[in-house]
Design a protein around this ligand. Structure first.
Ligand code: HAM
Length: 432
């Protein structure tokens, strides 16, 4: 039978077998955020379109080609959020958070939307987590954000990580560099792709971000911004690198790293996994950058706020999960760390075991079960698969005489426990 409805292109269901991966990523992000005193924030999925066009920039692919933008019935022009930083800065300004002790540090996790051409590691609805520290210009915060981003991947078992870093200057030195870059690309205009010919007019820095092969060749000998930084940006970058050295983080300088969003100033970085097993996508394509970020000292002003130097990063959860799966990090979920399995045999036992299961829940003792299975053998197999030590067997005889049989899966020993004592006795057993 032909399926009538399917997911929209580039959108996907997160099925139970993937939830364990999502939860593992979220836990790791949350632990690291807590440790560094970052607080959780949630912003709406819809914002005024202008929040993103002003922040991310109209010359970027994200705003120019990839935003889901529409008019509401009330006539407002709104967009599904393509990223989190602009919304968080909007929230910071709206709630007068400059009055709080600075920096104000946030973390977040949730769905984001970009109308991209779907391919390995690229979806139209995807999930990001992010860290943002607002109201701090010291380069130590750049170091901290990079460290935290790296820590998340490390904790999830990623190896062969490389942090690519660059500085893209600020409003003092970048306009000057853009002119130099425009001059270089103008004389090679015919070798650029049609998008880059347009970018040359709008923002020549965006050419450095182009993935087209013909542009790569032209890019390879383009002038480097690092040679044109003003004194302040140069000193800042030097200090960031000193932090990274001190933290012994594996970084490389990538003079052509500009990132695909206009709000960045000074530090930009991306973390990628090099070498095997990076080929997690079909057709051998790599999933691309795992985490990207940088400093955005002018963003607050672009959104109508006061001067708020800030720095942050965001990671793509689907990309990380694709690599975790390719690495064969199999995660099976033991229902909330259950140490007890409740097996039942026969209709009456099944009914009574529902009640017993409820009693365990009230006592806050996690118990796994397989109520849908009828044979004891398959239930014991399920308990074994979950690595559970204690199985409570509730059969016909047990149900009639109000007791359960406890089987220790490690020793094979069995004993009978009265039904009204079972919760207390198991509580004592699992505490040991
Ligand atoms: P971004 O580089 O656009 O930066 O996105 C961050 C990460 O999200 C990427 O490195 C990638 O892992 C993931 N990602 C992006 N687009 C997709 C997609 N279509 N499908 C799957 N994953 C994707 C930002 O969004 C900035 N807000 C990061 C930041 C925070 N900068 C400062 N603070």
């Amino acid at each position: 039978m032909k399926i009538k409805f399917q997911n929209l292109t580039g959108m996907h269901d997160i099925l139970p077998e993937d939830q364990v991966y999502f939860q593992k990523v979220q836990k790791s992000v949350e632990n690291i955020a807590n440790y560094y005193s970052f607080q959780k924030i949630e912003t709406p999925i819809l914002e005024q379109a202008e929040v993103f066009s002003k922040a991310v920039g109209t010359s970027t692919d994200i705003v120019g080609k990839e935003m889901y933008t529409f008019r509401t019935k009330g006539g407002d022009l709104v967009s599904l959020r393509p990223e989190g930083t602009a919304s968080i800065m909007r929230s910071y300004i709206e709630h007068g958070m400059h009055n709080l002790p600075q920096p104000v540090k946030f973390w977040y996790i949730g769905p984001f939307f970009r109308y991209e051409r779907p391919q390995a590691g690229r979806f139209r609805q995807f999930h990001q987590f992010g860290f943002e520290a607002l109201g701090e210009k010291n380069p130590s915060i750049d170091g901290q954000i990079i460290q935290m981003s790296y820590d998340v991947l490390k904790e999830l078992g990623f190896k062969n990580l490389t942090i690519e870093v660059n500085s893209i200057g600020d409003s003092e030195c970048r306009p000057y560099f853009k002119k130099i870059l425009a001059g270089y690309f103008k004389s090679r205009r015919s070798s650029l792709c049609s998008d880059c010919q347009r970018r040359l007019k709008e923002n020549p820095l965006r050419i450095l971000d182009c993935k087209e092969e013909k542009c790569q060749t032209v890019k390879a000998s383009a002038p480097q911004i690092i040679d044109h930084l003003c004194k302040d940006c140069h000193a800042h970058f030097k200090q960031v690198l000193e932090f990274l050295d001190e933290l012994e983080l594996p970084y490389t300088l990538n003079p052509y790293l500009v990132r695909g969003l206009d709000y960045y100033t000074k530090t930009v970085f991306e973390i990628v996994e090099k070498g095997l097993p990076a080929q997690a996508g079909e057709d051998g394509a790599t999933v691309g950058t795992l985490i990207g970020g940088g400093r955005y000292d002018n963003l607050a002003k672009l959104l109508g706020g006061r001067d708020t130097p800030s720095c942050g990063s965001a990671g793509g959860i689907e990309r990380m999960i694709a690599l975790m799966k390719a690495r064969d990090t199999k995660l099976t979920k033991k229902p909330d760390g259950a140490k007890i399995f409740l097996a039942q045999l026969g209709q009456m036992a099944k009914r009574k075991s529902f009640k017993l299961f409820e009693e365990f829940r009230e006592a806050k003792i996690p118990v796994a079960e397989s109520f849908s299975k009828d044979s004891l053998k398959s239930q014991l197999r399920a308990a074994d698969k979950l690595g559970i030590k204690y199985v409570l067997i509730f059969g016909q005889k047990e149900a009639l005489e109000n007791f359960v049989t406890l089987k220790d899966m490690e020793t094979g020993a069995q004993k009978e426990i009265k039904l009204d004592k079972v919760v207390k006795e198991m509580q004592a057993k699992i505490k040991k």
